[in-house]
Design a protein around this ligand. Structure first.
Ligand SMILES: NC(=O)c1ccc[n+]([C@@H]2O[C@H](COP(=O)([O-])OP(=O)(O)OC[C@H]3O[C@@H](n4cnc5c(N)ncnc54)[C@H](OP(=O)(O)O)[C@@H]3O)[C@@H](O)[C@H]2O)c1
Length: 408
């Protein structure tokens, strides 16, 4: 039976793709939009227009989307008691994708959105007379600061601590989910994606993705440390995608001419799990269609092949006029640029990660169709470089993905 669905975070990078999938099967969706953050219907419509949806589809959006302005951080999502109850009673399922993904945010702020926000969404689910099903978007990074080994889907602990307050806030939100499920004897689906990416070129009207944010931070730091140096998106040097690619990543004192060198802690055998956002949304919606166990069902929505950290470093070097050296420990005497980037420890920590995410449950339940196409350098380039800048690979560029790993 088709139930009426509400979605938080529908204007976000992932939420827009979830919305696209939900509209494939649902005649209408209630969008729990972020109050005061801009016209949600317009932003959603622009996304569909920019990503090639037919005009007949976008023209029907105002009739298919019911937008309710909410604030996650407020009790009852900022709604009056009556509106909150009416909303709750009309729902058969709630997708909770809204959140703050600020890797450098402070814990009280992140808790307000990610933990209290989840509490308020759970209160909405508890209030609904049809007992709406909860689908909660978490992150694979609740695995925290354990940098090696394998993170499993049924693990949830804080033994190794966290790389940043974002991870902790998402972990605390999952703890709430478990407590709520036990207390109310209600099933909850917890979806833990890895780092989501797209090959859609950056556009001012579309939400950014994490790699785009990192690229911007590097570019801004580069400009702040050396305002006269190359760094603008239009500079010839920055536009040269033929910058020497793979190389020995031993320590150096300076980069090639015109490039500032940064030494950042990272592991040459580090690996990052990057997954196409469209694929993640498809897998999530398919998982929601499975019969729930009755308790909390947690799934790693991840790629079966990791991307080597040096490939990500190569990619960033092609985009920003910087040379990045991965070093074992923080430099004793950081340069001005390195000192600036030291303000982003929650982000740079990932360059030292060698851990893998086990997704046996997803593969067992969905089969081989859960696997995604490779996330290669060309795919990542397309989602980060300004339109028209081609990627030129130098001879000897290593494969952009690590061989697939089977965990069973
Ligand atoms: N992106 C990734 O790589 C990634 C990876 C793993 C997990 N996740 C998880 O996936 C979920 C979605 O991430 P995303 O990439 O789509 O993030 P995003 O692009 O930053 O979108 C966040 C969404 O949350 C909404 N929001 C933020 N604060 C709110 C508030 N106080 N009240 C109501 N709505 C609020 C935003 O609305 P406005 O835009 O109007 O402010 C936006 O729709 C998050 O829970 C995140 O932890 C993301």
């Amino acid at each position: 039976m088709l139930v009426h669905v509400a979605l938080t975070g529908a204007t976000g990078f992932l939420g827009l793709r979830l919305l696209r999938r939900l509209l494939d099967t649902h005649p209408s969706v209630t969008v729990l939009a972020h109050a005061g953050s801009g016209d949600a219907l317009h932003r959603i419509t622009r996304f569909f227009e920019l990503t090639g949806s037919p005009e007949t589809f976008t023209a029907r959006l105002p009739g298919r989307l019911r937008v309710v302005e909410t604030d996650l951080a407020q009790p009852r999502l900022g709604l009056s008691g009556r509106t909150f109850q009416k909303l709750a009673d009309g729902l058969g399922a709630i997708w909770h994708s809204a959140g703050s993904i600020n890797l450098e945010g402070n814990l009280p702020e992140l808790r307000r959105t990610n933990v209290e926000g989840t509490r308020h969404v759970l209160e909405l689910a508890a209030a609904g007379r049809r007992k709406p099903l909860v689908r909660h978007v978490s992150t694979a990074f609740v695995a925290g600061a354990r940098r090696d080994g394998v993170a499993y889907e049924d693990e949830l602990d804080d033994v190794c601590g966290f790389e940043n307050a974002y991870e902790r806030s998402k972990y605390e939100a999952e703890l709430l989910i478990h407590a709520w499920s036990r207390e109310h004897r209600r099933p909850v689906l917890v979806l833990r994606p890895s780092i989501l990416v797209t090959d859609l070129p950056p556009h001012p009207e579309l939400p950014s993705h994490p790699l785009q944010v990192i690229e911007r931070i590097l570019r801004d730091a580069r400009c702040a440390a050396d305002p006269g140096g190359p760094g603008s998106r239009d500079s010839d040097e920055s536009a040269s995608s033929g910058f020497p690619g793979p190389r020995d990543r031993g320590p150096r004192s300076s980069g090639p001419a015109g490039r500032s060198l940064i030494r950042t802690v990272g592991h040459p055998h580090g690996r990052l799990n990057l997954l196409q956002v469209e694929h993640a949304a498809e897998v999530m919606v398919r998982l929601a269609g499975l019969a729930p166990s009755g308790g909390v069902d947690t799934y790693h929505v991840v790629h079966d092949r990791d991307v080597p950290v040096p490939t990500v470093v190569d990619l960033l070097e092609r985009l920003v006029p910087l040379s990045i050296d991965l070093v074992a420990t923080k430099p004793d005497t950081p340069s001005a640029l390195e000192a600036l980037l030291d303000f982003y420890p929650g982000m740079t920590a990932y360059l030292a990660h060698r851990r893998r995410f086990d997704d046996t449950r997803v593969r067992t339940r969905l089969g081989p169709s859960a696997a995604s196409a490779p996330v290669g350098l060309d795919y990542l380039w397309s989602g980060l470089a300004p339109r028209g800048r081609a990627l030129v690979l130098s001879p000897g560029t290593p494969p952009a993905v690590l061989p697939s790993v089977r965990y069973a």
